[in-house]
Design a protein around this ligand. Structure first.
Ligand code: PRP
Length: 210
């Protein structure tokens, strides 16, 4: 017998509140989600839906392994992490972009030497420069990537830009857009077949309330 409970993995943090608002708008009882304390597994009463809260890359891992049927995760994580799942819809929130940035007034493409790029997203950066046929050295940084060009570690950065405030306040600017980003709904490939009806119903409810 197939377990009929649908388990949804939500990205903790920035996307979390927007996703909970969306579930609320559908008419689900999100009281546990709004008052979760430190709990990581929450239920939506009366819907046979369980919600788990995870870090972005782990949302993909849980969905790929089939322990969660549905996931809500940023396109940034999907582009960096990849994986085998269906990307069903663009939820339209969590909008920002990947951009190549560096010191204000600078030009990444001038000169002949191989350039160094600092980023939290080495796969996205590699793909971007490969598509241009350009060889760059990539340095993986864990956070506050804007620091790297300021202290001379890199010629430029590939990072997420939302309002542009972090770049501006540090004397940096966008040199080139790399890719737009927003929250996406992903579904496990096996769940898509075995729990087709219920998943289609939930996806429809979500899309109607975007
Ligand atoms: C992200 C990104 C930028 C900032 C951009 O960092 O890496 O630093 O947000 O936002 P803005 O354009 O609105 O200023 P995040 O806060 O996720 O943390 P990080 O320092 O770990 O990268």
């Amino acid at each position: 017998m197939i377990n009929k409970t649908i388990r949804i993995a939500l990205t903790k943090g920035r996307l979390e509140n927007k996703t909970v608002d969306l579930l609320d708008k559908i008419g689900y009882d999100v009281s546990e989600l709004r008052d979760k304390g430190r709990r990581l597994i929450l239920s939506i009463p009366g819907e046979n839906i369980e919600v788990v809260l995870a870090k972005a890359a782990d949302v993909i891992t849980y969905v790929e392994h089939g322990v969660c049927d549905i996931g809500v995760v940023g396109k940034d994580t999907i582009m960096e992490h990849g994986g085998k799942f269906f990307e069903i819809s663009d939820l339209g929130f969590g909008r920002c972009k990947f951009a190549l940035a560096g010191k204000k007034g600078g030009n990444f493409y001038e000169g002949y030497g191989v350039k160094t790029v600092a980023t939290k997203y080495p796969a996205v950066t590699r793909n971007f420069f490969e598509s241009k046929g350009m060889d760059v050295d990539i340095v993986k940084i864990e956070g506050s990537v804007e620091l790297a060009p300021l202290v001379g570690l890199a010629d430029g950065i590939v990072d997420i830009v939302e309002t542009g405030t972090t770049l501006k306040e540090n004397g940096l600017e966008v040199w080139e857009d790399v890719a737009p980003i927003s929250a996406r709904l992903i579904v496990n490939t096996v769940s898509m077949k075995l729990k087709q009806e219920r998943i289609a119903e939930i996806v429809k409810q979500i899309e109607e309330n975007l």
